[in-house]
Design a protein around this ligand. Structure first.
Ligand code: NDP
Ligand code: GDR
Length: 352
């Protein structure tokens, strides 16, 4: 087996701590790290619906393979206790209030969790485990009202939502901790990435879920907001690999992670409905209540730096991504329960 950075330094298998482990990226990152022999620890905030919260880890068959620690990202004492106990080699700060639309209704919460929460984690690491390598989940939303047609690490930021403003604060604080304290802290400026584990409120998953419902006769239409917005969508599994690659570099830095292809919401509808043999224009309706107070019209990343320095490139096409998501949603609805999802393994078996 190949020696990773931490193993090469300490002679033991590396330990990772992931905030946001129950989210889309946290689940895939856990899988990626476990496959490489890491001990994976994660932050779990207390919920009355713990069974549902663990669904993504369960889908990937990982619930019993990771160690979960109770705590909220906004609670410095808890973060300190966890970092002290785990003594991680690598810390991935993925936890956030991550839904842009909700950030106008909850600007203070978004600022507290998505912005200050990152600093809480940076502080915990600086105090309790300063030699750990730190990853911050920055976002292409920071480019907002774009200042360059293709966005790179050098493109000026122009956030358009409370979420983006909070991410920008967290981004600059990560840079600041790197420069002030010499921490190995890197930011990944990730463009949209999706998967069957994407939250249902985000547009791609809302569309593939809608396709599945319509295909199975459970719904007749799908209501969406702005169909003209364009996004640079990739597969979450490709994107978590980029996070890890950043922390294997000798020198910490910031990287744009994108596919370099941008597509409108309408064109994604055409792909997803088309995969199920449906004409999207017969089923999609627009609903003004789903429009945002300020929109990010187009995002189109240039991942040249990540390609050249990390050797990173996306592997999945948008067509493959849409097909995988529609298949997963069809399987979920066929299972007839929102609480009992089939596992990836059982889906493979059913198809075989
Ligand atoms: P998700 O919304 O799927 O996951 C968010 C995670 O944060 C969940 O595990 C959630 O826990 C956790 N969380 C939220 N609030 C708190 C809190 N107060 N304390 C502890 N944990 C909390 O996001 P993704 O996996 O899609 O994204 C991961 C990160 O990357 C986020 O920071 C997001 O903003 C950022 N990002 C995502 C992109 C994308 O396209 N997916 C692109 C660029 C950046 P719970 O399950 O309990 O709700
Ligand atoms: P985004 O993702 O805001 O880019 O943030 P989302 O899928 O929510 O929206 C993408 C675009 O689709 C338009 N849209 C709709 N969006 C939603 N959610 N629901 C609809 O019905 C709908 N109709 C049209 C939106 O207006 C927007 O233009 C995601 C999150 O993962 C962030 O955390 C992350 O930082 C960024 O991606 C990069």
């Amino acid at each position: 087996m190949v020696l990773w950075f931490a193993e090469a330094v300490t002679g033991t298998m590396p330990t990772a701590l992931i905030t946001g482990i129950t989210g889309q990226d946290g689940a895939y990152l856990s899988q990626f790290l476990l496959e490489r022999g890491y001990a994976v620890h994660g932050l779990l905030r207390r919920s009355a619906s713990a069974d549902v919260i663990l669904e993504r880890l369960r889908w990937l068959g990982l619930v019993d393979r990771v160690t979960l620690h109770d705590g909220d990202l906004t609670d410095l004492s808890a973060m300190l206790r966890i970092v002290q106990a785990v003594q991680p080699d690598e810390v991935y700060n993925l936890a956030a209030q991550s839904f842009v639309h909700a950030s106008w209704q909850q600007p203070l919460l978004t600022g507290t969790v998505t912005g200050l929460g990152a600093v809480t984690m940076l502080e915990a690491v600086r105090i309790a485990r300063p030699q750990a390598r730190f990853y911050q989940a920055s976002s292409s939303e920071m480019f907002g009202k774009i200042q360059q047609e293709r966005q790179t690490e050098r493109t000026p930021f122009y956030p358009r939502s409370p979420y983006a403003a909070a991410k920008l604060y967290a981004h600059w604080m990560t840079v600041n901790y790197r420069e002030s304290f010499g921490m190995h802290a890197s930011s990944g400026i990730l463009f949209n990435h999706e998967s069957p584990l994407r939250g249902i409120e985000f547009v791609t998953r809302k569309i593939t879920d809608g396709v599945a419902r319509i295909r199975l006769g459970l719904a007749r239409e799908l209501k969406l907001g702005n169909l003209e917005a364009k996004r640079d969508w990739g597969h979450a599994q490709d994107f978590v690999r980029a996070m890890w690659l950043m922390l294997q570099q000798e020198v910490p830095d910031d990287y744009v992670i994108a596919t370099g292809r941008t597509t409108s919401i309408a064109d994604f509808c055409a792909l997803a409905f088309g995969y199920a043999g449906l004409n999207w224009q017969e089923f999609v309706r627009t609903d003004a209540s789903l429009l945002r107070p300020a929109e990010v019209d187009v995002l189109h990343g240039d991942p040249s730096k990540a390609r050249d320095r990390l050797g990173w490139a996306p592997s999945a096409t948008l067509e493959e991504l849409a097909a995988e998501m529609v298949e997963a949603d069809l399987a979920r609805h066929r299972a007839r329960s929102s609480l009992v999802m089939p596992t990836a393994e059982s889906m493979r078996a059913a198809r075989a």
